[in-house]
Design a protein around this ligand. Structure first.
Ligand SMILES: C[S@@+](CC[C@H](N)C(=O)[O-])C[C@H]1O[C@@H](n2cnc3c(N)ncnc32)[C@H](O)[C@@H]1O
Length: 224
């Protein structure tokens, strides 16, 4: 086994570098969480009135493809210009916006969407930014509408921060830091904002080629 020790770079630099290989790797590599997991868990809870959906961290669009195929009207936000460029070429989203979730709010009015979700993105954000995006997902979802996200629950005794070991992309010498979040913090935050939990799912979503497997909790929530 080759061990690479290149220093980590920011998540946006990492995805700028990964963009061209992303779809191919996401479909074949056991190191990638399933892009369609949120759709599989969420779509059965949506009604015929829930057509305007927002994908936060849309990337190249893999997480939105099944929504678009079902006729949903997809808007996407992501911080990576190169990922968004590839997404735009597929024509699955009506509108795309470049936003860094660590520094900016979502550029939408309160209740602008019938439903919203973030797939496989939270673990790339520091804890404070993950908490910020949860409240932003709730804010931009219509009252009583559903939003969903997945995050890596921090395990007891775990520091909650890992260096991705760069095996995601064999052509990328860099690593990226990922962040687990304490489940108690997530559930307290939801309660503080009167956000209900409609469904929860915990499972191993990716097998890192070195290091621990990645487990996510996915929550389907109802905006107050
Ligand atoms: C693993 S990909 C997930 C893409 C898509 N949702 C999927 O499941 O295929 C993570 C996405 O998060 C985006 N991202 C990472 N850090 C970000 C940040 N600070 N602000 C905005 N987007 C960010 C990346 O550009 C990338 O598109």
């Amino acid at each position: 086994m080759t061990v690479r020790t290149a220093p980590p770079i920011s998540s946006l630099a990492f995805y700028a570098d990964l963009a061209r290989s992303y779809d191919e790797l996401a479909l074949i590599s056991p190191a990638f969480p399933s892009a369609t997991m949120i759709y599989n868990l969420m779509s059965g809870h949506l009604s015929i009135d829930d057509m305007r959906v927002l994908d936060v961290g849309i990337g190249t669009g893999l997480s939105s493809e099944p929504f678009a195929a079902d006729g949903f009207d997809v808007t996407g936000v992501d911080g990576s210009g190169p990922m968004l460029k590839l997404c735009a070429e597929k024509g699955i989203a009506q509108n795309l916006f470049e936003v860094d979730f660590t520094t900016s709010p979502l550029p939408f009015q309160n209740g602008a969407f019938d439903a919203a979700f973030s797939a496989n993105t939270f673990y790339l954000l520091p804890a404070a930014a993950q908490e910020h995006v949860i409240t932003e997902l709730s804010r931009v979802t219509k009252p009583g509408g559903l939003f969903a996200f997945n995050y890596e629950p921090r395990r007891p005794g775990d520091l909650g921060i890992r260096f991705n070991d760069a095996t995601l992309n064999p052509r990328n010498p860099h690593s990226v830091i990922t962040y687990a979040l304490e489940p108690e913090r997530v559930h307290t935050l939801l309660a503080q904002h009167q956000i209900g939990i409609v469904a929860a799912d915990t499972r191993i979503v990716a097998r890192k080629l070195a290091g621990l497997p990645i487990q996510f909790e996915t929550l389907i929530c109802r905006a107050p």
